[in-house]
Design a protein around this ligand. Structure first.
Ligand SMILES: NC(=O)c1ccc[n+]([C@@H]2O[C@H](COP(=O)([O-])OP(=O)(O)OC[C@H]3O[C@@H](n4cnc5c(N)ncnc54)[C@H](OP(=O)(O)O)[C@@H]3O)[C@@H](O)[C@H]2O)c1
Length: 242
């Protein structure tokens, strides 16, 4: 079994790469700028007896996406699971959000993942079934006070996942995970007071761990989720209920 995890040099992607390796996947550890961190993930997987390789690429750059898909295809031929985790949350008020800034946010969070999925489709179709998991966000549902472009991009991700679930069934199962506040670099700008406040607003009383999101992704790409496609798993400590 082979899984490509985008943005696996740190945070949720890193935890997911390590979790899927423990599940028995050979893992493609994709990164953009943190090569040493991605290589450390690979070493950790290999040290535990698994198999992995690091592969670079800026998902906001179409030539990089093409090269990433080609590298994975040349190396593996077939792909069982594609976890579209790479993303960025550039904070901005709406008055600052010019069309180029919207475009940049969508390139990183939506277009690159869609294009990578499109290019890896033949390889995913050879799996039985193939799995795709998109990383959305609680902000897709609740909105963001500090990034309308990011909330809109993460809502687009849900539309993509639901559409692909219909179009690619039954050969590829497509689902989404919508994390709440998770302890990664994305929250690194918080002051201790903001962090305390953030935790206090969550019914479970704390910010989530990357490993808790990885657990949901591990489930979605496993045979335990064989009758799930087009769903969004909310991993948010009760911050939002449906
Ligand atoms: N943490 C949260 O509270 C939270 C909540 C909801 C949703 N999410 C979503 O969950 C996913 C993971 O978030 P995280 O908190 O783990 O983030 P993170 O710690 O900041 O890690 C982001 C990862 O994405 C990669 N990346 C960023 N921009 C990229 C680009 N243009 N091309 C390719 N790779 C790129 C980074 O690569 P390099 O570091 O190598 O550059 C890194 O590996 C994201 O999609 C995020 O939007 C996170």
């Amino acid at each position: 079994m082979r899984a490509l995890v985008t943005g696996a040099s740190q945070g949720i992607g890193r935890a997911t790469a390590l979790r899927l390796a423990r599940d028995g996947f050979e893992v493609g550890v994709h990164y953009r700028s943190h090569r040493a961190a991605a290589e450390e993930v690979v070493r950790k997987i290999e040290g535990a007896g698994g198999a992995a390789f690091a592969v670079p690429g800026d998902l906001g750059r179409p030539p990089d996406v093409e090269e990433l898909a080609d590298t994975v295809t040349d190396r593996w031929g077939s792909v069982d699971a594609l976890v579209l985790n790479a993303g960025a949350y550039p904070r901005a008020s709406f008055s600052e959000l010019t069309t180029p800034r919207f475009e940049e946010c969508f390139r990183t969070n939506v277009f690159g993942s869609a294009e990578l999925t499109r290019r890896l489709l033949p390889q995913l179709r050879t799996a039985d079934p193939g799995h795709v998991v998109f990383l959305s966000s609680v902000l897709a549902f609740d909105g963001s006070q500090h990034g309308a472009h990011y909330a809109a991009a993460k809502a687009a991700v849900i539309g993509l996942a639901r559409s692909l679930a219909r179009e690619l069934a039954p050969t590829v199962l497509v689902n989404a995970v919508a994390p709440g506040a998770i302890d990664t670099a994305i929250l690194a700008g918080d002051t201790p007071e903001q962090r305390r406040l953030r935790g206090s607003r969550i019914p479970l009383g704390r910010i989530g761990r990357p490993e808790e999101v990885a657990e949901a992704i591990s489930f979605l790409v496993s045979p335990r989720a064989s009758y799930l496609t087009g769903v969004t798993l909310h991993v948010n400590g009760g911050l939002r209920t449906e």
